[in-house]
Design a protein around this ligand. Sequence first.
Ligand SMILES: Nc1nc2c(c(=O)[nH]1)N[C@H]1C(S)=C(S)[C@@H](COP(=O)(O)OP(=O)(O)OC[C@H]3O[C@@H](n4cnc5c(=O)[nH]c(N)nc54)[C@H](O)[C@@H]3O)O[C@H]1N2
Ligand SMILES: Nc1nc2c(c(=O)[nH]1)N[C@H]1C(S)=C(S)[C@@H](COP(=O)(O)OP(=O)(O)OC[C@H]3O[C@@H](n4cnc5c(=O)[nH]c(N)nc54)[C@H](O)[C@@H]3O)O[C@H]1N2
Ligand code: SF4
Ligand SMILES: [Mo]
Length: 737
Amino acid sequence: MALKVNRREFIKITGAGIGGAAVAGGVGKVAYGLIKGDSGDDVITRVPTFCEMCTFQCAGWAYTKNGKPWKIVGNELDEHCYGRLCTKGTSGFGIYNDPDRLKTPLIRTSERGKQVFREATWDEALTYIADKLKEIKETYGPESVAMFSHGSGGSWFKTLLKAYGTTDFVAPSYANCRGPREEAYMNTYGEAIESPERTDMKNSKCIVLIGSHIGENTHSQQVNEFAQALRNGASLIVVDPRFSIAASKAKYWLPIKPGTDLALLLAWINVIIYEELYDKDYVRRYTKGFEELKKAVKDNTPEWAYPITTISPDVIRETAREMAKHKPSTLIHPGRHNVWYGDDTQRVRAGAILNALLGSWGRKGGFFIPESAELPEWPIPAYPKPKRSFKDTEAGQKYQLANLAISAGVCAATVHGVTGEAERAFYEGWFIYGCNVLKSMPQRENTIKALQNLSLVVVIDVLPTEITGWADVVLPDTSYLERYDDIRHSQGRTPQIALRSPVFEPRYNSKPAWWIARELAYKMGLGDYFPWKDVEEYLDFKLKKIGSSLDEMKRLGVKNLERTTPLYIGKNEDYKFPTDSGKIELYSETLKNFGFDPVPVYRRHDEPEGGYYRLLYGRSASHSFARTINNPILSELDPENEVWVNPIVAIEWGLKNGQYVRLENQDGVVSNKVKVRVTERIRPDSVYMVHGFGSTAKNLRRAFGKGADDQELMTRILVDPIMGGQGMHGNFVTFRV
Ligand SMILES: Nc1nc2c(c(=O)[nH]1)N[C@H]1C(S)=C(S)[C@@H](COP(=O)(O)OP(=O)(O)OC[C@H]3O[C@@H](n4cnc5c(=O)[nH]c(N)nc54)[C@H](O)[C@@H]3O)O[C@H]1N2
Ligand SMILES: Nc1nc2c(c(=O)[nH]1)N[C@H]1C(S)=C(S)[C@@H](COP(=O)(O)OP(=O)(O)OC[C@H]3O[C@@H](n4cnc5c(=O)[nH]c(N)nc54)[C@H](O)[C@@H]3O)O[C@H]1N2
Ligand code: SF4
Ligand SMILES: [Mo]
């Protein structure tokens, strides 16, 4: 679908101050082809952006026809999406057009938690925040402000808050998502996986998915590379208690008993080692602790794992041999959302160890060495040095191997005292950008306790979601289609830069994140940290420093830069890993020194009692978390979630397909009504639903009350002792018919 525009027809740039190549008609047919009903008079514009329907930032082109939204397509150059956006990405106009959007700044007039506000001018709202921030700084110190952030626009507020004097930035996407993965790889290879994943999946000859439900998890790059590998004949092994979309493409589907993956991984390691199927040269050259590992897994035979996992020893052996057959182009996928059972860092580490035995790190079809473009920053004054940070909170002290702040730890420190100063809380103010912490963090009552204890809550969002109800001030961000953001320069095979530029003028009285943060800075006397005339000047300055320009990026959308290092580790290369030992640590001294198992050890998890089922959850291919549930286009495609129930269970309970039930968890929490889907695709010991539904925000008119919310049923959390991740798979539910 490359855009082929004849120069002659490529007439003029239009769009009041808005970038983008406009193709005007009137001189013959516009050469976009294949669009039925195109008349020569249509005015078509094409503007580069990157998507914010989830936070994966796929680059694309937004087209308008006669000033109206037309279509959004992927940018072919982009390694996040290879020119193909997911369903949500192509539905981006839905957020621009959503009539429920936040329209103007709001200031609370009632108690927190109720969506009762008065409309305010930007000046009033920002003055309110600036005054309060000044007061907090004087009374408690600037370090008393934390920011939750998920999404591109958060970076402008981080600049503001660093200038103010705090660095406590937190995101549920760490301790409620991929934190265990990052620390598992950090403690094995000295480097994290990061986003987008450094998996060389398109070149893999054997892919092992442990839970990762690529296909329903629609991160475009992952889906595209997965499809490419399968087209090339890659062998696929899927471990999932549920017959996922990915499982339907697999050579081996292992419907494992939930919570026992670590036993399976140890048994695979056992087979690979004791059948001598590992990459001997790689292991000798690059790893440390092989003998200790070998000894530690001696008894973890397939026969040992069978009663634990319910996967037969033959299948365990056969799949281990399959992996070994394709080494080093075998990828034990590290997963992404892996806060499951509390032993998550160890489980993911077992996969990391398996990858090392197969020699796949730094090898084609395993993991490549990523690079990202270095972008110079605008010269600004040095930031003040905070006197304390999250590291000084109770959670910060307890989880020393966590490399980022832990969401639940920030909540706790908002209720409890500063270390040594128990009479007052550590945090007094929160900024929340693009997070809906009431939907993304379990044990909601703790989040609410924290919200009630704050003296300032600022929410910057596009929709009146659950969290906006708790704000003192709500600031309406523009949708991503109405704003510039900073240059994307994420890691990948090719160092790439990508531009997001506005397709439309901001609707209502919304303002782009960069503008809001800068206005606040002005009000707080921190204007020196935003010294540019406007965001275009800011972007152009940075781009020119690396040999591009805003004009060029408006034409290209995505630009490839040269790599400076090889993509893979060279054959026989004397490669040094950034660990303490310089080697891949199969046996981890660091973990041992912190009191954790140096080699992962399987320990049993609680199981549901009679009449209860383990609550599993995942993604809808048509939604991102709870953030798209109100989208006019996507809510039509997928209006509510269903609870998957095995036919045996359905018979036992007399449940019929399509019938509504409520779920009640082990602590007596009862869900909203949810439709039953009777299917063999889920084990009888579990039920499954997609996350994100069951909205309680009345102003989200399409989402409100539709389906059930997995989050409210998560009252029991299995905390990862290594990095504080909040394992959410330990909740059991029964039916209320
Ligand atoms: N469409 C869409 N795509 C998305 C997102 C989205 O919201 N919507 N979100 C993105 C984000 S941020 C993330 S982190 C990823 C999450 O996506 P993934 O990392 O792929 O998902 P997980 O939640 O880890 O895994 C869910 C799967 O694990 C299975 N499972 C449950 N328990 C167990 C178990 O004990 N063992 C095993 N082996 N499997 C189990 C479930 O049946 C389900 O198929 O998706 C990303 N992609
Ligand atoms: N129960 C349960 N909990 C989970 C998960 C789960 O599967 N089940 N998944 C976990 C995972 S993997 C992750 S990554 C986290 C994610 O959780 P969060 O970090 O909280 O992220 P989102 O759900 O993406 O954030 C949604 C908010 O961003 C707003 N938003 C959307 N676009 C914009 C924009 O352009 N500007 C601004 N300012 N706001 C915008 C939306 O309106 C919404 O309020 O949740 C985790 N929590
Ligand atoms: S994965 Fe889909 S929703 Fe997420 S950024 Fe890419 S196109 Fe957008
Ligand atoms: Mo995530």
